[in-house]
Design a binder for this molecule. Structure first.
Ligand code: URA
Length: 432
């Protein structure tokens, strides 16, 4: 068997056998297949797709490319959550402390930013001292001690996904159902949860641009979950505009802190509540569905969710004084407003355009090895449905230089459409 034949086969749109998929995953993880060969195969998969069997085989091979965690000594019912990615998606930072403060163990491995979508691992690293690189023992011990651990993809868990994920980001292969489904589900299977809630984002700022695509991805991931004996629920959420008020690593951490103190933007609140309710249902700890929403609001109001976040940050080496006083976070040197040129209502705030502008500012990576600037980003004062007057500030750009800020003003202006219609948005599209 050799990689060139495998690439040729997929290029010609033929199905790959289980053995060929395992060969690729193993040899690429071990470094015997080069990045350019893997890029060619990934591109062929992206263009020609995969059958259900190929996707299952790819997921299993990726999950088995490293350790597969057994968390049964902590709980026989660990519920995990994962998003297919979005712009301004800080939901994990809010949902997971809430869930942990409700007594449901949280063991989560998060990824870095991919394409225009942000990554929780990058956001966590913007907290000074926060260590996302834990050993398996540390990860498990943290969950035993405080009921939560959020780490990066640094353990030997699905290492094949880590490599393929970073590669996809730099070769324009992020929006493929076989690649997204196998990426997410391999990580979830390897990290030991037995129930999974998936936030499947849908809209111009997501990999899945419309409801049909999002449903196809959801069905594929549910099928993999069923096959792997993991209960899986998919919540389809709107990603036509950035979620909440901020986009950018530090800015989103600050918004998450605010949310945990009860100050949540409406769209963020809708998504947080729906995901938490699904996670609570799957945990079996809260059988009375009518009580779940009240319990979530209670741990936000009584400060338990915020305290849990502080505990998590402290446990993973982060400086809690930043969480207590977010004004300590380093700010971008240039903060520039984007001003409305007319009266009306915000009819569109295009998340894809915002995401692209954000990557240019330095929020995300253009090349695999790029470093990112935690300080930069965007703060939105006006969102879809809001009324605006000429001269109002639509958003603020946090940039590393005046040139970057000026360049970004035009892009953000272009992301807004101000018209006469007051649009009512739907944040939760469907639960599958
Ligand atoms: N999140 C992942 O973990 N993988 C993807 O491919 C997309 C989002």
């Amino acid at each position: 068997m050799n990689i060139i034949d495998i690439i040729e086969k997929k290029k010609n749109n033929w199905d790959l056998s289980k053995e060929e998929i395992e060969y690729f995953v193993k040899k690429y993880t071990d470094g015997e297949i080069t990045d350019y060969q893997a890029a060619a195969l990934i591109m062929a998969i992206c263009i020609n797709g995969m059958t259900q069997d190929e996707i299952l085989n790819l997921t299993i091979a990726m999950a088995n490319s490293g350790d597969v965690l057994d968390l049964t000594d902590i709980s026989d019912n660990i519920v995990d959550k994962h998003s297919t990615g979005g712009v301004g998606d800080k939901i994990t930072l809010i949902v997971m402390p809430i869930i942990a403060s409700l007594g449901i163990p949280v063991a989560k491995m998060s990824g870095r930013g991919l394409g225009i979508t942000g990554g929780t691992a990058d956001k966590l690293e913007s907290i000074p001292g926060y260590n996302i690189n834990l050993s398996i023992d540390e990860f498990k011990q943290n969950i035993k001690d405080i009921g939560i651990s959020l780490m990066g993809q640094t353990l030997n868990l699905a290492p094949a996904d880590k490599k393929i994920y970073a590669l996809r980001d730099t070769i324009g292969c992020t929006n493929s159902i076989p690649l997204i489904a196998s990426s997410i589900m391999s990580k979830k299977i390897a990290s030991g949860a037995n129930a999974i809630v998936l936030d499947v984002t849908c809209g111009n700022g997501a990999f899945m641009k419309n409801k049909d695509e999002a449903k196809r991805l959801s069905k594929m991931m549910s099928l993999i979950g069923k096959w792997a004996n993991r209960q899986t629920v998919c919540v389809l959420t709107n990603m036509d505009e950035p979620l909440g008020h901020s986009v950018g690593n530090t800015l989103e951490v600050i918004e998450a802190i605010d949310a945990l103190k009860g100050n949540m933007a409406d769209d963020v609140k809708d998504v947080v509540l729906n995901l938490c309710i699904q996670m609570m249902n799957l945990s079996k700890k809260y059988p009375n569905v009518l009580e779940t929403k009240g319990k979530i609001l209670e741990v936000i109001e009584n400060g338990k969710a915020f305290e849990k976040f502080k505990e998590l940050v402290a446990k993973q080496g982060g400086d809690v004084s930043y969480i207590e006083d977010p004004t300590k976070f380093e700010k971008a040197p240039i903060i520039t407003p984007v001003i409305s040129e007319k009266d009306g209502f915000v009819e569109e705030l295009n998340a894809e355009k915002v995401g692209k502008a954000g990557v240019e500012l330095g929020i995300g990576r253009i090349h695999k090895e790029d470093s990112i600037d935690y300080r930069v980003g965007l703060m939105f004062e006006k969102k879809i449905g809001d009324e605006v007057k000429k001269g109002d500030v639509l958003a603020y750009i946090h940039a590393s230089s005046p040139e970057k800020a000026t360049e970004c003003v035009g892009k953000i202006n272009d992301a807004y459409k101000i018209g006469n219609k007051k649009i009512v948005k739907k944040n939760i599209i469907e639960i599958i």
